[in-house]
Write a protein that binds this ligand. Structure first.
Ligand code: ATP
Length: 485
């Protein structure tokens, strides 16, 4: 069920507590571009590190790569992005507002009863699969779908709109602007494909093996909405797994299961996820599905798993005239080496920002703790401890009596092991609430008794329960709770 209020609450909270700011905010922002603040950057890094570790450190046959954002322009010809990376869109002639056709129709059916909505979505999917643009326009007109701004049904024809950003490379002036044109990569995958042989040969990799990469990607999304769900500049975490032709189905199933396990290891229940198999396959795929999470706006894609055949490597072989083949000296059932072939690829592709949004949506809780005589709300972010920006807050009860010095001693012990934080200002209650709002799993209070017996109070974020423990145990209590995998 869509929950617009929760989404707005999360956006407001992210800004108030330094997770996510609109880009260039003092100039009124830039559409669908966001900056991560002091806590957002830690959360995002923790997610990226966890993904990286699960892919590379936990798989002996997967190695990493960090390819440049700029690539030779022919890469995007070969990959099909110049010709095919586009979405059907439509403009309202009165408001001049542009819509992605599928978003316009999906927005319209939200207010219809289920049966009618499903019929319209099914009709839309069939028309999209057939690239029937006239049919899509007719569907919009027949249902009298109006522009939210002008309120009219006065539409242009449906057209394709390429999502790649182009820029100029180098300072050489040319009469033909296309001479210097390069694209900001719309996906990280191509950096992996063009380096396939470099990594295979220098890493002496044997099939099956994978190459993992995280990095920025850019898409000029027609309608960017949903906060950091759909951005024009975002980060992907992709892994291309190279396999022997004919085994791709089995590896596709393997990665579907492995990726779902990863999602569940984030502490999210399986009721919040579902697979969505693609009906219309991209030009490069022989099977594809999305992992969808139940966002405040409803179930939406967070990760794609695609069986990409040998399409990309074959295309690069053709355009670059360089062999993209692998020699497989394993023996087939007749005892002969499999020999030379272009490998098939199964890829897992997850958006880092969308994962941040998923973790925030899952963690965000507004609790009513009011009593008969006092109104009281608490916003708590229930992050799994290993993802929390700050793991431990060390809070001296007062600013005097040597308590800050004891706090500093504990900080000194913990700082090299995990991110911790100390502050002396405000009542303990207020300081606890601020830590709840940024998702710190543990707070430790240093009080006068600490001076007597070296014990402290540790408060657990989710339960708000407090217990007295030796100060010398704190580092290990926190470390034990950071374990994953
Ligand atoms: P969508 O259908 O939502 O546009 P997609 O199917 O085009 O996504 P892919 O090309 O499969 O997406 O990209 C892989 C992942 O990258 C997506 O699952 C998503 O998490 C992320 N992603 C794609 N586009 C964006 C975007 N504009 N902003 C943030 N993340 C994105």
């Amino acid at each position: 069920m869509a929950n617009e209020n929760k989404l707005q609450d999360i956006i407001g909270h992210c800004k108030e507590y330094g997770f996510v700011f609109p880009s260039s905010e003092i100039y009124d922002g830039l559409g669908a571009v966001y900056d991560y603040g002091q806590y957002g950057v830690e959360l995002k890094r923790n997610i990226r590190d966890y993904w990286w570790r699960s892919m590379t450190q936990m798989h002996d046959n997967i190695v990493g790569l960090d390819a440049a954002i700029f690539m030779h322009p022919t890469v995007w010809k070969a990959s099909g992005h110049v010709d095919n990376f586009s979405d059907p869109m439509i403009d309202n002639k009165d408001s001049k507002k542009r819509y992605r056709v599928d978003h316009l129709i999906e927005g319209f059916v939200e207010n219809l009863d289920q049966e009618k909505a499903e019929a319209i979505i099914a009709a839309m999917e069939a028309l999209l699969a057939a690239d029937d643009f006239a049919g899509l326009k007719k569907l919009i007109e027949e249902n009298n779908i109006k522009c939210a701004v002008s309120g009219t049904c006065n539409w242009t024809d449906v057209r394709q709109f390429n999502l790649m950003f182009a820029t100029e490379f180098g300072a050489v002036a040319s009469d033909n602007p296309d001479d210097n044109k390069v694209y900001l990569r719309p996906e990280t995958a191509q950096g992996i494909f063009v380096n396939f042989l470099n990594v295979q040969k220098t890493g002496r990799m044997k099939i099956p093996f994978g190459i993992a990469q995280t990095g920025k990607a850019f898409r000029n999304e027609i309608v960017a909405r949903g906060f950091i769900f759909r951005m024009r500049e975002f980060e992907q975490m992709e892994m291309q797994f190279f396999v022997r032709p004919g085994t791709q189905k089995q590896w596709y199933e393997y990665w579907k299961e492995a990726r779902m396990k990863w999602h569940l290891s984030l502490g999210i229940s399986d009721a919040k996820y579902k697979f969505h198999d693609h009906v219309k396959l991209a030009h490069y795929a022989d099977a594809a599905c999305d992992i969808e999470y139940d966002f405040p706006m409803g179930f939406k894609e967070v990760e794609g798993i695609h069986s990409r055949t040998d399409f990309d490597l074959k295309q690069h072989q053709e355009y670059s005239k360089k062999k993209m083949q692998y020699f497989d000296n394993d023996l087939d059932e007749n005892g002969k080496p499999y020999g030379n072939y272009i490998p098939y690829v199964v890829e897992t592709s997850i958006g880092l920002d969308r994962t941040v949004m998923m973790i925030l949506s899952e963690a965000y809780e507004l609790q009513d703790l009011s009593t008969e005589d006092k109104k009281d709300d608490r916003v708590v972010l229930k992050f799994p401890p290993f993802l929390a920006p700050i793991k431990l807050a060390v809070l001296p009860l007062t600013k005097k009596d040597g308590l800050p010095e004891i706090a500093e001693a504990l900080m000194k012990e913990c700082r090299p092991h995990f991110r911790c934080f100390t502050e002396e200002k405000d009542t303990i209650g207020k300081r606890y609430r601020r830590q709840d709002a940024i998702g710190t799993p543990f707070c430790v209070t240093i009080d006068h008794q600490t001076k007597e017996d070296q014990t402290v109070t540790i408060r657990h974020r989710n339960s708000m329960l407090q217990e007295r423990v030796p100060m010398s145990d704190i580092k290990n209590i926190v470390l034990k709770n950071l374990e994953v995998l």
